[in-house]
Design a protein around this ligand. Structure first.
Ligand SMILES: [Zn+2]
Length: 102
């Protein structure tokens, strides 16, 4: 992944990440469930020096943003499967961790 960009739904805030992602993970922890209202959250990590935000922000949460190209996300692993909800049937063919992954 060389460049990942997106922004908030109203378009006032944009973000851009460059370089290789440090990790891609699907997280089922209770914090991610509470923040998103969903059963899991996809998370991509970048070095802070490779990440920039333009526009006026008070805070940024995963639930507030969208990626321009959502097909780019491919998880390296799944974590906190102990908190996975029975109704969350989405499965990934990657390493599964009962608690925090790598
Ligand atoms: Zn989480």
């Amino acid at each position: 992944m060389k460049r990942l960009a997106g922004g908030c739904l109203c378009g006032r805030v944009r973000y851009e990440a460059r370089g290789e992602a440090l990790f891609g993970v699907v997280c089922h922890c209770r914090d991610c469930q509470r923040a998103s209202g969903a059963g899991h959250v996809p998370v991509i990590g970048f070095r802070k020096s490779n990440f920039s935000i333009t526009g006026q922000t008070r805070s940024v949460q995963a639930a507030d943003v969208e990626r321009d190209d959502p097909t780019e996300f491919k998880p390296d692993y799944v974590q906190f499967t102990r908190d996975r909800r029975d109704w969350d049937g989405l499965r990934f063919d990657v390493p599964q961790h009962h608690t925090a992954g790598q």
